[in-house]
Design a protein around this ligand. Structure first.
Ligand code: PMP
Length: 388
């Protein structure tokens, strides 16, 4: 009997590329396609590639209500986060060395902060409350005259909890402090209107919304005023901020995936909200579970739960052939260290070692969710029987 493909419930880690996006990307790769270097504008083929990039840039700018020349295409959110933190800190180090972030950021923010600490910067790591929430007032309280920037995520990749970004942005505008937001788990899925919310820098990653891996951007508002330092030097592409031949197929794939996500946003949100609530209700009717993170302030795409007395490793192993879920984030799995995000929320013991992340997408059906819940319940009974 052929082995059944497990139901993929790990979309916070990555998503499959939309098939329309795949075919669009293919038309920028082969000899029949628009493969020329978009910087080679001396010839028509290069001009065609440059114009595809310009259209993609406009599409991304329209989604975030910003200007085309505020988009800097990158290899994804890791690079965008590095560019925002290191690029600003190194450009403004003479003005003050204090940066505010939180203990529950993605490693691509935390590791930049650790590197900046080694360069002499002072970093304040805010801790969330037990619901995974960072209060806007707590940001205000740690600001200092030498605070250069605040970097916080929009939606947490492990719990789905969403921070009060508009309220924090307002405080920082008043204080004249730069605000960077890691929107890797939010872009495309939620409307992020930069005309409404005064965010200075926003990190985006395409592979979280059915675009290709290795594509994304950093949006830098009022770029000309900011004098950021580049991380990559070379031919001066991307307004001298990110040199290297532009990957036309990746950028077009990113913008097409974003356009599709934006067009279907309301529908997809309603769909995944229904799936998450259904999942929780079904599971709760059979097993005692703890939801980690404030469900009222969380993305319907992500759910983090602990099943009483069941370790996440045992559960994930039992489910290997049935469903694909993760414990904590993919970036830190492979190590036996439990989630630093949940730990910062004060979650300890069984709940910490038993936490699993389940994440949804527009492609899931109610039927698949029913099957997944049935598989989890059966796996829990098997684990309990083994330990008796
Ligand atoms: N920030 C967050 C919140 C993420 O979830 C991720 C992806 N795991 C990243 C940054 C890194 O994004 P990328 O994979 O595009 O480098």
């Amino acid at each position: 009997m052929p082995i059944k493909t497990p139901i993929y419930l790990d979309t916070a880690s990555t998503t499959p590329v939309d098939s329309f996006v795949v075919s669009k990307m293919m038309s920028f790769l082969g000899v029949e396609g628009c493969y020329a270097n978009p910087s080679s504008t001396a010839h028509r083929l290069g001009q065609e590639a440059a114009s595809a990039i310009a259209v993609a840039r406009k599409t991304v700018a329209a989604e975030f209500r910003c200007k085309s020349d505020e988009i800097i295409f990158t290899s994804g959110a890791t690079e965008a986060n590095n560019m925002a933190l290191l690029g600003i800190a190194r450009a403004y180090s003479s003005r003050g060395g204090h940066i505010v972030t939180s203990a529950i950021e993605h490693k691509s923010v935390l590791e930049c902060c650790h590197a900046l600490e080694r360069e002499g910067f002072e970093i304040t790591y805010l801790t969330p409350n037990s619901a995974g929430w960072i209060d806007a007032e707590s940001v205000k309280q740690v600001l200092r005259p030498d605070t250069l920037m605040v970097s916080l995520m929009h939606t947490n990749n492990e719990t789905g909890v969403q921070q009060p970004i508009p309220a924090i942005a307002e405080i920082l505008t008043e204080a004249g402090i730069l605000f960077h937001v890691d929107a890797a788990q939010a872009a495309g899925k939620f409307l992020l209107d930069l005309d409404e919310i005064p965010i200075d820098m926003l990190s985006v990653s395409a592979h979280k919304f059915h675009g290709p891996k290795g594509a994304g951007c950093l949006i830098v508002r009022n770029r000309r005023r900011l004098h950021m330092k580049p991380l990559i030097y070379g031919g001066g592409q991307e307004f001298n901020l990110r040199s290297g031949t532009l990957a036309t197929h990746q950028i077009v794939g990113f913008s097409e995936a974003l356009r599709i996500a934006a067009n279907n946003r309301e529908h997809d949100l309603a769909h995944v909200t229904k799936l998450k609530l259904f999942f929780l209700a079904q599971l709760r009717s059979k097993l005692p579970i703890q939801v980690n993170g404030d469900i009222e302030h969380s993305s319907p795409y992500i759910m983090n739960i602990s099943l009483a007395g069941i370790s996440s490793d045992a559960l994930i192993n039992q489910l290997l052939n049935e469903i694909a879920i993760s414990s904590g984030s993919a970036c830190s799995s492979g190590t036996i260290e439990p989630s630093y995000v949940l730990r910062a929320m004060g979650i300890e013991g069984d709940a910490l070692y038993g936490a699993v992340r389940i994440s949804f997408s527009r492609h899931h059906s109610v039927n698949e969710i029913t099957q997944a819940v049935t598989s989890i319940i059966a796996a829990v009974y098997r684990i309990q029987a083994l330990s008796e």
